[in-house]
Design a protein around this ligand. Structure first.
Ligand code: SF4
Length: 155
């Protein structure tokens, strides 16, 4: 089961969106230099259909996007909850931050508007670095993905 450590309203993780970002635990990637090693353990508050709906209620009118931060140990659960949000709130953008190098097949593009891939690699830097190995894709209605990583470099 997916579990989360905390959540926050953020403005930089997804460009041009006001995002409710939920930090999921049980991260299997264990990147060297990880800024959030507290997210490695399988602990936290369960995130499933009912708790996700409850979590969103106070924020839904003030956000434009919801982002799953992590969840690589259970991508099918991330995809399932993204699909639930898609049906409940069709205008809400949905994002996923994955630490994998590729988008795994469990992920259905139509459930997402943004997907970030790539582990953190100290020598290449975060998304804010023009040498980063990570990519943020915007998922287009055609199902194609547009690399918008360079949006992080202009600010
Ligand atoms: S994916 Fe993120 S949380 Fe997981 S180990 Fe890498 S930097 Fe840390």
């Amino acid at each position: 089961m997916l579990k989360f450590y905390n959540f926050d309203i953020v403005f930089q993780e997804i460009p041009d969106e006001t995002t409710l970002a939920v930090n999921l635990t049980n991260c299997p990637n264990h990147c060297k230099g990880c800024h959030s090693p507290h997210l490695w353990a399988d602990t936290g508050t369960p995130l499933e259909e009912e708790s996700l709906k409850t979590l969103l209620i106070p924020y839904i009118n003030g956000i434009t996007c919801f982002c799953f931060m992590g969840g690589d140990a259970e991508p099918e659960a991330v995809n399932h909850l993204a699909g639930l949000l898609r049906n409940l709130y069709p205008k809400l953008k949905i994002g996923w931050y994955s630490g994998r190098n590729e988008i795994v097949p469990e992920i259905k593009f139509s459930n997402f508007d943004y997907i970030k891939v790539g582990p953190y690699q100290e020598e290449e830097g975060s998304l804010k670095s023009s040498t980063t190995n990570q990519h943020l894709y915007k998922i287009l209605s055609s199902g194609e993905k547009l690399d918008i990583t360079s949006k992080f470099w202009r600010h």
